[in-house]
Write a protein that binds this ligand. Structure first.
Ligand code: 5AD
Ligand code: SF4
Length: 440
C-alpha cells in the first residue's frame, strides 16, 4: 500500500472557515489524504482564506510567496486557495501567483476530490460557481471519527443585508438556509462522536428559515429541536443581525436551558447618521431597546459585538456616539476594526477618514471595550457557573474549559475529564481567563 498523501490546511478568518476546513479535510480524506501540521511535508497545501478586511488578502499572497522554494523542491506539491479570497479574486490569484494549482470558492468544496484529480493530471483548476446542490449533503459520507467536546455546525450561509462596507454578500452569496432535518442529523452524528456543545454558524444565523416537515423553521424552532437531542448539553449560535432578532429567539434565551447566555450581536456604530450610511437599517436607540428586551428575558446574558471606526465621513461626534452606546450597553467582549476599503462595496467610493484619526479612535474604543470586558470577567468571581472541560492545562492536574458565558476557566487538581460538564465556583480572574473550583 502506498503511503497516505499529506494535506496541510491553513485557515484564516471566521469560524465558518474553521468548519469548512474540517469538511475539506474530510472530502480529501476519502482520496487518501491525512492532515499534517507542517507545510514542509505536505503533498497538498490549501489556504482557506478570508476577504473581510484588506490585510487578510495581502497575507494570503505573501504566504503563497513563501511556498516558492517548497514547490521548486517538490514539483508534485499542489497548492490551492479556498475561501472568500478565492471567490472574490478568482483567476486573478493564478495570474498574480502562478504556483497556485487550484482556486476553489466556498460553494464548491464538495467537488474537491475531482479537482484534486485534475491538478494531479497537471491541470489548473478554477471553480467559484454558486451551484444549486447542497455541498454539505455531498460532504456527509465521512468516517465516524471521535471528536472533541465542541463543534461548529453551519446552518445558514450568505447574506442579503448589503451593509455598505461588507464583501460577504458578494463572496458568500445570497442568504441560504439548510433544511432542518439535515442539520438535526448532523448534530446527532456529532453527539454520537463525543460532541457536547454545538455552535450554529451563519453569516446571518438568526435569519435562519430552513425547510422543516411542517413548513419553515425559525432559528428558535431549530434550537428547540436540537434541545431534544440527548447528550447535547449546550447550544450557541453566531453571528446575528439586530433586525433578525425575533421574539421567539429572545424567549428561547429565557427558557431553553441548553441555549447558553452569550449573544454576539454586532452594532458596528452608535451614530444614526453613520448607521444609515452603512445601510444597517436600525438605529442606536432601537439596538439599545433590543438589548434591554434580551436582558429582560435573560438578565445575566453576556453581550458581544463588532465595531467599525473610521467609516467614510465619520466625524469625532459620530465616534462619540459609538462610545456612548458602548457605555450604555456594557459589552462582555467585543471585536473592533478600523474601516478597510473593500473594492466593489458602496462605501469604497466615499470620502475616507484620515487614517491617523481612525487609528486614534480605534485605540480609544479598544481601551473602553477592554475595560468593560475586564469588569464583566471580574464580576464572575464568587459565582457558580457551568464549565465544559475541553483539555488538560499546562500545569499537572489542571483542566481547562469554557464557562456558560464563554470565558476560559482553569481548574487546578481537577478530576474531571475532557467532555465533562461541571458546576464550578469562580475564585479568581486573571488576564484572559478565570480560575475556579469544581463544586461537590
Ligand atoms: N472594514 C472593517 N471591518 C469590517 N467588517 C466587515 N467589513 C469590514 C470592513 N470593510 C467587520 C464588521 C463585521 C466583522 C465580521 O468584520 O464589524 O461584523
Ligand atoms: Fe456583512 Fe453582516 Fe452586514 Fe451581511 S449583515 S452585509 S455579513 S456585516
Amino acid at each position: 500500500m502506498s503511503a497516505p498523501k499529506k494535506l496541510f490546511i491553513k485557515t484564516y478568518g471566521c469560524q465558518m472557515n474553521v468548519y469548512d476546513s474540517e469538511r475539506m479535510a474530510e472530502a480529501l480524506g476519502g482520496e487518501g489524504y491525512v492532515e499534517t501540521k507542517s507545510a514542509d511535508d505536505a503533498d497538498m497545501i490549501l489556504l482557506n482564506t478570508c476577504h473581510i478586511r484588506e490585510k487578510a488578502a495581502e497575507k494570503v499572497y505573501s504566504e503563497l510567496g513563501r511556498f516558492k522554494g517548497l514547490k521548486a523542491e517538490k514539483p508534485d506539491l499542489k497548492i490551492g486557495v479556498a475561501g472568500c479570497v478565492a471567490q472574490a479574486e478568482g483567476e486573478e490569484i493564478m495570474r498574480r501567483q502562478p504556483l497556485v494549482d487550484l482556486v476553489v470558492g466556498p460553494q464548491s468544496y464538495h467537488r474537491l476530490p475531482e479537482m484534486e484529480a485534475k491538478t494531479r493530471a497537471g491541470e489548473k483548476v478554477l471553480d467559484t460557481d454558486f451551484p444549486e446542490e447542497d455541498k454539505f449533503e455531498k460532504l456527509k459520507n465521512r468516517p465516524k471519527a471521535k471528536r472533541g467536546p465542541t463543534a461548529f455546525l453551519t446552518v445558514q450561509e450568505g447574506c442579503d443585508k448589503f451593509c455598505a462596507f461588507c464583501v460577504v454578500p458578494y463572496t458568500r452569496g445570497a442568504e441560504v438556509s439548510r433544511p432542518a432535518d439535515r442539520i438535526l442529523r448532523e448534530a446527532q452524528d456529532l453527539v454520537e462522536r463525543g460532541v457536547r456543545e454545538i455552535t450554529l454558524l451563519g453569516q446571518n444565523v438568526n435569519a435562519y428559515h430552513g425547510a422543516g416537515a411542517n413548513g419553515e423553521l425559525t432559528l428558535a424552532q431549530l434550537i428547540w429541536e436540537l434541545d431534544k437531542i440527548d447528550g447535547l448539553e449546550r447550544i450557541r449560535f453566531t453571528t446575528s443581525h439586530p433586525n433578525d432578532m425575533q421574539d421567539d429567539l429572545i424567549e428561547a434565551h429565557g427558557s431553553c436551558a441548553k441555549l447558553m447566555p452569550y449573544l454576539h450581536l454586532p452594532v458596528q456604530a452608535g451614530s444614526d447618521r453613520i448607521l444609515k450610511r452603512m445601510n444597517r437599517a436600525h438605529t442606536a436607540e432601537s439596538y439599545i431597546r433590543l438589548i434591554e428586551r434580551i436582558r429582560a428575558a435573560r438578565p445575566d446574558i453576556l453581550i458581544s459585538g463588532d465595531f467599525i471606526v473610521g467609516f467614510p465621513e465619520e466625524t469625532e461626534e459620530d465616534f462619540q456616539a459609538t462610545m456612548d452606546l458602548v457605555e450604555e450597553v456594557k459589552y462582555g467582549t467585543a471585536y473592533s476594526f478600523k474601516y478597510s476599503t473593500r473594492p466593489g462595496t458602496p462605501a469604497a467610493e466615499r470620502p475616507q477618514v484620515d487614517p491617523a484619526a481612525a487609528d486614534d479612535r480605534l485605540q480609544r474604543l479598544q481601551a473602553l471595550l477592554t475595560r468593560q470586558q475586564r469588569e464583566v470577567q471580574d464580576s464572575m468571581v464568587g459565582r457558580e457557573v457551568g464549565v465544559l472541560f475541553e483539555k488538560t492545562g499546562r500545569l499537572p492536574g489542571q483542566m481547562v474549559g469554557k464557562s456558560d458565558y464563554l470565558h476560559a476557566v482553569h481548574v487546578a487538581d481537577c478530576s474531571c475529564e475532557a467532555g465533562e460538564l461541571a458546576r464550578v465556583r469562580i475564585v479568581a480572574s486573571g488576564a484572559n481567563s478565570l480560575a475556579g473550583e469544581v463544586i461537590g
